[in-house]
Design a protein around this ligand. Structure first.
Ligand code: NAP
Ligand code: GLV
Length: 311
């Protein structure tokens, strides 16, 4: 069997689990990147943060697999030759874990868990009222792989659902809004706004005061897209005035978030350190292996990022 050499320049903290998972795939030889490694004969690269000069130094490079779903960093990497396709990570483990995060946070906001936690901390018995799920409209910015998977699960709870994308979608139970012109109607009256967009020039700063003002009073925000989607300076005034009741943030304009950042200490912000979802080593490598065998047999790669579109 010809083994495919796959160069690993993914997130360092995942190296050990990927090496372990690769042992179950005899067709893949996973090579951790290290300076001085002989780069000849390496056809495929698995990369997250661009390693300066690496892609340009691979004479036989045929495709780059992005370690995650969001490819914005790779698309602006000047080292990547234009003819080399960049494949977004679309694999069941990543999708499943993001769906869990979205359900977890949506129910947290729907049931206003923080009120119960505060009451418990104070030893107060304080039952509270919350509306039925079918009276709580939710909107998902980005109805791609992750947005659609989350939508399907949220529908099981009977939340009225809207989705926003560039192209209109035909997804049972989801009211589809498409393009910038339909964004205000999408946002109007939403009680929970979820962001699962890619970061592009069009989507940068989309979570801002002007758009918060269109939501229902005391709406909730869940951002699992990218930090650049949120205008950070607009969030605290919206929370402090009660325009937004709470926010769940997984991604930030600076990561790691600096220790003195005011988000850390805000009682209505719940944060996770950019791990709403991660590529699963086993299912992620199986997906890469499937794509490589397609490619080797002359079939086109799937989920190739469009450099013009930016995702
Ligand atoms: P995807 O399948 O490419 O879906 C992207 C969606 O966004 C599509 O529905 C697309 O519309 C829509 N979109 C893009 N630009 C738009 C615009 N200008 N106006 C309206 N809609 C627009 O991507 P995905 O796999 O679902 O991943 C989405 C993002 O999630 C990633 O790019 C990444 O930023 C983020 N993410 C975060 C984590 C985390 O741990 N926090 C993990 C994974 C991914 P069309 O369908 O019409 O093209
Ligand atoms: C993580 O942020 C990803 O894009 O997969």
């Amino acid at each position: 069997m010809t083994r495919t050499r796959l160069l690993f320049a993914g997130a360092d903290e995942y190296l050990a689990t990927f090496v372990e998972a690769a042992r179950t795939l005899p067709e893949i030889e996973l090579l951790p990147y290290e300076p001085g490694l002989d780069l000849k004969g390496i056809d495929y690269l698995l990369m997250w943060r661009p390693v300066p000069g690496l892609a340009a130094a691979l004479p036989d490079l045929k495709a780059v697999f992005c370690f995650g779903a969001g490819v914005e960093r790779l698309l602006v990497n000047p080292d990547l030759p234009a003819h080399v396709p960049i494949v977004r990570m679309v694999e069941p483990g990543l999708t499943q874990v993001m769906t869990e995060y979205i359900l977890w946070q949506t129910l947290r906001h729907h049931r206003r868990i923080w009120e119960l936690e505060e009451a418990q901390a104070e030893g107060r018995w304080a039952p509270h009222w919350y509306p039925a799920a079918w009276d709580r409209p939710i909107g998902i910015l980005g109805l791609g792989e992750l947005g659609q998977a989350a939508a399907r699960k949220l529908l099981d709870f009977d939340f009225p659902l809207r989705g926003w994308s560039r192209h209109r979608k035909d997804l049972a139970g989801v009211q589809s809004f498409a393009g910038a012109a339909e964004l205000p109607d999408f946002l109007r009256g939403l009680q929970i706004l979820i962001c699962l967009l890619p970061l592009t020039p069009e989507t940068t700063g989309i979570l801002r005061a002007e758009h918060f003002a269109l939501l229902a009073p005391a709406a909730s925000l869940i951002n699992a897209g990218r930090g650049g989607h949120l205008v950070e300076a607009d969030l605290l005034p919206a929370l402090d005035s009660g325009q937004l009741q709470a926010a769940s943030l997984d991604v930030f304009s600076r990561e790691p978030l600096p220790p003195d950042h005011p988000f850390w200490r805000h009682p209505r912000i719940f944060m996770t350190p950019h791990n709403a979802s991660d590529t699963n080593p086993a299912s992620g490598l199986r997906e890469i292996s499937r794509q490589i065998s397609r490619h080797r047999s002359g079939l086109p790669l799937e989920h190739v990022a469009d450099r013009q579109r930016g995702y």
